[in-house]
Design a protein around this ligand. Structure first.
Ligand code: FAD
Length: 241
């Protein structure tokens, strides 16, 4: 498979009190590169190898957060301070620099086939959801769509302005946001975890498909909450992220 070298167009750093940092990175889309919402690519920095003397770059998978309609590629990356790629990117990535990209991979989310879609995401798990939402907003949203989004504090409410606009432009789109830090309530906000919000919203719906994306711990809790509400297994889908 071909590797693309993509120019870094912009980097937005979301950082709050030294923990839970995110990078929102925009790359120039290579000529002829095609993907669908929900897919991921492998990214590497040309300056970071798997091991010191290895020829292989350290690739990690990332969901594409932009819509295929957009002229750039966007990624929403949670920084892990483990000496891996994300810490390296936080310290070394500059606008005008380059990342190496391979892909796309993974399943396409068949959102156009569903009568109703519910996203339940935490942290950087918003990436594949915002890609689909951007597609839906650009195409004109004609079916019910709900987003349940959990994050550590209000400062980590990624894409807030865009989601706010999408929600005010589209009556069939609603966002439920929960900040799990005490006193971290925000827009239509709830304090605590996102699972109780799911139950309070009473969203049990035979026609809906539920897409879950987040850390492994939060995914398990979200799946348990949905199953407790009586949602059938075959309606619950996991998106890697
Ligand atoms: C299909 C797919 C899509 C993804 N999409 C996204 C996305 O859109 N956004 C995003 O932020 N992430 C995404 N990820 C996760 C991403 O690929 C990386 O795993 C993540 O960015 C961490 O990479 P890293 O090299 O910085 O960290 P690594 O160094 O690989 O560390 C990863 C984790 O392991 C832990 N760890 C590392 N070393 C040790 C050790 N010695 N002992 C114990 N724990 C250790 C770290 O604390 C960290 O939590 C996706 C993953 C998949 C599979």
């Amino acid at each position: 498979m071909q590797d693309f070298r993509c120019k870094v167009l912009s980097i937005e750093r979301v950082k709050e009190r030294g923990r839970n940092s995110y990078l929102i990175i925009r790359l120039k889309k290579p000529e002829g590169f095609k993907f669908s919402a929900g897919q991921y690519v492998l990214l590497a920095h040309p300056g970071l190898r798997q091991e010191k003397n290895s020829a292989e770059l350290l690739f990690r998978p990332y969901s594409v957060a932009s819509s295929p309609y957009m002229e750039f590629l966007e990624f929403c990356i949670a920084v892990k301070y483990s000496g891996g790629l994300t810490e390296f990117l936080e310290k070394n990535l500059r606008v005008g620099g380059e990342l190496v990209m391979r892909g796309p991979f993974g399943e396409i989310i068949p959102f156009r086939e569903h009568e109703k879609i519910v996203f339940v995401v935490t942290g950087a798990g918003i990436a594949p959801a915002i890609s689909v939402l951007r597609d839906l907003c650009l195409e004109g949203m004609s079916k019910p769509v709900q987003l349940f989004y959990g994050f550590p504090t209000c400062e980590h409410f990624l894409y807030r302005a865009e989601l706010e606009k999408c929600s005010s432009d589209n009556k069939c789109f609603s966002v439920y946001a929960a900040a799990n830090e005490e006193g971290g309530c925000c827009w239509r906000g709830v304090c605590g975890y996102i699972q109780p919000t799911l139950e309070e919203a009473g969203l049990r719906d035979e026609k809906a498909h539920y897409y879950l994306c987040g850390s492994s711990g939060s995914l398990k809790a979200m799946r348990v909450a949905l199953r407790r509400m009586g949602i059938k297994k075959e309606r619950i889908h996991f998106i890697a992220g």
